[in-house]
Design a protein around this ligand. Structure first.
Ligand SMILES: [Zn+2]
Length: 285
């Protein structure tokens, strides 16, 4: 920087400081006085870290040695009514799994938002996927925000690659779930993959499907309640039609306008209990 530039820069800074009010200067002074100790106290540390991407190597080694369980949240980016976010599926499966890992041990993988679903070509050459042509989508059309659909074969290839890496990283058990079509695709291939990868795999399989309480509708009372429990700031019921005689577009199940966080909590706890039983029966915990 030239001498001239330095001088003019100093003048600008001086003029700036002169223009600051006493209160503003006092607040700058107080920022400088914060000690390292005070700073540490202000950072939230009273929670158990369980997400793979957040762990330091020594934390990862410890959790893996205690319980070599990986949780794989499945999802997609898809219309979930006007009142829920587009990534609702993986937000819910990840939220459930974080609670599982805190209560039962293990590590939560980053969610897979890519998901398979039914798809068909319309007469005018457009492709409709998933909820685009559900009974409650009238008329059938491309719903806003639906994205990240991938063919079933590609989804299987992605999951296969993850499983071989989980095995390599030292995991022995994997629980995966979330987003109806991903759930079914995972569950129907469990046996074959257990044999191929030498892992013990769990999902929402036929034997527990009736008791299972998470993600059992589409943006209805169940999913909306779980979202209200996990991420209330992302739910906006005021976006739904006020009149009960108008059913919300592209929503399936019980009425989301009856959703509560208390019900969402009950659903999460019942599902966690089912997983606990599954792990107990298999001698994993
Ligand atoms: Zn969903």
């Amino acid at each position: 920087m030239s001498r001239l530039n330095q001088l003019s820069r100093r003048n600008i800074i001086k003029a700036g400081i002169a223009g600051l009010s006493a209160t503003m200067l006092a607040s700058f002074t107080s920022i400088r006085k914060v000690t390292a100790d005070e700073n540490k106290k202000s950072i939230k540390t009273d929670f158990e870290k369980v997400c793979y991407s957040e762990l330091l190597p020594h934390e990862f080694r410890k959790r893996l040695a205690e319980r070599p369980i990986a949780y794989l949240p499945l999802g997609t980016l898809e219309w979930h009514g006007e009142h829920l976010p587009l990534g609702s599926d993986a937000i819910q499966s990840e939220g459930l799994m974080i609670e599982c890992a805190r209560k039962l041990g293990g590590i939560v993988m980053p969610p897979i938002h890519l998901g398979p679903d039914r798809a068909k070509l319309t007469d005018d050459g457009n492709m409709l996927v998933g909820m685009d042509y559900a009974r409650t989508t009238t008329p059938p059309h491309q719903l806003d925000g639906s994205c990240y659909w991938i063919p079933k074969g590609l989804h299987m290839a992605v999951i296969d690659s993850i499983l071989s890496q989980l095995k390599r990283a030292g995991f022995r058990v994997v629980f995966a779930d979330g987003h109806g079509p991903s759930r079914l695709n995972w569950a129907e291939n469990i046996e074959e993959r257990e044999a191929r990868f030498g892992l013990k795999l769990f999902g929402v399989t036929e034997d527990i499907r009736k008791q299972w309480k998470c993600q059992i509708d589409h943006a209805g009372r169940n999913e909306t309640s779980i979202m209200m429990k996990l991420r209330p700031e992302l739910v906006d019921l005021s976006q739904l039609p006020e009149s009960r005689s108008v059913w919300p577009q592209g929503v399936g199940g019980e009425d989301p306008r009856d959703a509560t966080a208390v019900f969402g909590n009950e659903c999460l706890n019942k599902s966690i209990e089912i997983i606990r039983q599954k792990f107990l029966n298999a001698g994993i915990i």
